[in-house]
Design a protein around this ligand. Structure first.
Ligand SMILES: Nc1nc2c(ncn2[C@@H]2O[C@H](COP(=O)(O)OP(=O)(O)O)[C@@H](O)[C@H]2O)c(=O)[nH]1
Ligand SMILES: [Mg+2]
Length: 389
C-alpha cells in the first residue's frame, strides 16, 4: 500500500526544512507496511519554500512538489489529494500542517487505524489524551474549544470530538467519493465540510488523540473573521439541508393536520353525538392520534414502517402513551402560564403555541425516533430501546 503525506505550504521555508527530514529520516524508516512519500502542495510562496523543497528533493527521492495558485487551504488540499491519488497512486493520504504543530511521530498510529479497517482517521485535540497548547491565552482557548463545540452541536454529531483540525489520514475512496462536493468551501472550512460529508456517507471514522503545538517559525495564515463567517455559513446551511431531507417536514405536516382533525373532531362529535365538550375533545384527540400513528407509519417513517400485525397493536398503545406525555406537557405549560399571566384567551393561545413549539415537538419527534420507529440508535438507551420492541 502507498501512503502520501500532503503538506500544504504557504510561506513555510523554515518549516519544510525541518519537517521533511524528520519525516524522511525518523518516521518513514519505522513504517514497514506502507510505501511512504511526501507531497508538498505549495501556492507559489514568495519566500522560496518551493526552492527549498527542490533542494531537498535531490536528497530524498520520494519527496514531491505540486505548485499552484493561492486559492486557500481547501483548494490546495483538493489539488494535492487529486495528484497524490491519480499520479502518485496513493491508497492513503495524510493531511498535515507543515509548521510542526502536528507531531509527525503520531503517523504510525493513524496508519494502524487504517489497517484496522477505518476509512478516515482524525487527530483530535479535544478528547482524552489530546490537547491544545497550554501557552495559548484564555480567549484563544475559549474560541478554539467553543468553536468546535458549536460545530458539533449545530451539526448534531457528537461522536467526533475535533472537526476543525487538520491532522488526518484517509483512504483514497473517501476523497474520490467526496471530491465533487468539495468545490464551494475552499478555505479552512474545507476541514469541517469534508469530514461532514464523509460522516453523512457513513465512512468509518476513528480518532487519534493529539497534542497540538504552537508553531515556532513563521506566521499563521488563518484569517479568523473570514473563517468564522464561512464556517457558520457552512454548518447552518448543511444542517438545514439535512433537516429538509429528514422525516421532520413530513412529521410536522402530519402533526399540523392532526391538530386540525382534533379541533374539527371536537366540534363534530359535540354537535352530532350530543356528548359534553370534555368527551368530545378526548374523542377528537384519539382520532388525531390514530391519524398521526397511521400517516407517520406509512409516510413519515416509511423506511422504518411497522407492518407486522402482531406488532402494530402494542406499537399503537406505546404511541398513545407518548401522546399522553404531550397532553401532560400542554396541560402543565398552559396551566402554569395562565396561573401567572391570567386566564385570558390570548394567554391560553400563546402558551399553547409555546407548549407545542418548544416542548411537544422536540419531545414527540425524539420519542418517535428513539422508541416508536427507532431511527436513532442511542447507545445508553439501547437496552430500553430493545425492551420497547
Ligand atoms: N498551499 C497552501 N497552504 C496553506 C494555505 N493556508 C494555510 N496553509 C498551510 O496550512 C497549514 C496550516 O496553516 P496555519 O496557518 O499554520 O494554520 P493554523 O495552525 O490554524 O494557524 C500550514 O502548513 C500552512 O502553510 C493556503 O492558502 N495554501
Ligand atoms: Mg499552524
Amino acid at each position: 500500500m502507498k501512503a502520501v503525506v500532503i503538506l500544504p505550504t504557504y510561506q513555510e521555508k523554515g518549516n519544510v526544512e525541518r519537517v521533511i527530514p524528520i519525516l524522511q529520516d525518523k518516521i518513514f524508516p519505522k513504517i514497514a507496511n506502507y510505501e511512504m512519500s511526501i507531497l508538498v502542495a505549495d501556492d507559489n510562496s514568495p519566500d522560496g519554500t518551493a526552492e527549498e523543497v527542490r533542494k531537498l528533493m535531490k536528497k530524498y527521492k520520494n519527496l514531491n512538489i505540486l505548485e499552484g495558485e493561492k486559492k486557500g487551504l481547501g483548494a490546495a488540499y483538493v489539488r494535492g489529494m487529486t495528484y497524490a491519488i491519480e499520479t502518485m497512486k496513493a491508497d492513503v493520504v495524510f493531511e498535515m500542517d507543515a509548521d510542526l504543530s502536528h507531531d509527525p511521530y503520531k503517523i504510525p498510529e493513524f496508519l494502524k487505524k487504517i489497517d484496522e479497517g477505518y476509512d478516515m482517521v482524525i487527530g483530535t485535540r479535544y478528547s482524552d489524551g489530546g490537547s491544545i497548547p497550554s501557552n495559548w491565552g484564555l480567549i484563544r482557548k475559549v474560541y478554539s474549544i467553543f468553536g468546535n463545540l458549536l460545530v458539533r452541536s449545530i451539526l448534531m454529531r457528537f461522536a467526533i470530538h475535533d472537526w476543525t483540525g487538520g491532522f488526518r489520514a484517509l483512504r483514497k475512496e473517501v476523497f474520490i467519493k467526496e471530491k465533487p462536493k468539495l468545490t464551494v468551501f475552499q478555505g479552512y472550512t474545507f476541514q469541517v465540510s469534508f469530514l461532514h460529508k464523509a460522516v453523512q456517507d457513513k465512512f468509518k471514522i476513528a480518532e487519534v488523540p493529539i497534542h497540538f503545538t504552537d508553531r515556532t517559525l513563521g506566521k499563521s495564515k488563518i484569517a479568523p473573521r473570514e473563517y468564522i463567517v464561512n464556517l457558520l455559513k457552512y454548518v447552518f446551511t448543511a444542517r438545514f439541508i439535512e433537516i429538509l431531507n429528514s422525516p421532520f417536514p413530513k412529521y410536522a405536516l402530519t402533526g399540523f393536520i392532526g391538530y386540525a382533525i382534533n379541533a374539527i373532531g371536537l366540534e363534530l362529535f359535540k354537535k352530532h353525538l350530543g356528548v359534553n365538550s370534555g368527551v368530545a375533545a378526548s374523542m377528537g384527540a384519539e382520532l388525531s392520534i390514530i391519524w398521526n400513528f397511521t400517516v407517520n407509519n406509512l409516510w413519515t417513517f416509511s423506511s422504518q414502517r411497522i407492518t407486522d400485525p402482531l406488532r402494530i397493536i402494542p406499537k399503537f398503545i406505546q404511541f398513545n402513551l407518548v401522546s399522553i406525555g404531550s397532553l401532560i406537557i400542554i396541560g402543565t405549560v398552559v396551566g402554569i402560564t395562565t396561573h401567572i399571566f391570567g386566564d385570558t384567551g390570548i394567554v391560553r393561545q400563546v402558551s399553547l403555541v409555546i407548549a407545542i413549539g418548544f416542548f411537544v415537538i422536540p419531545y414527540s419527534y425524539s420519542m418517535y425516533n428513539i422508541f416508536i420507529w427507532k431511527r436513532w440508535k442511542i447507545p445508553f438507551l439501547a437496552r430500553i430501546q430493545k425492551i420497547t420492541g
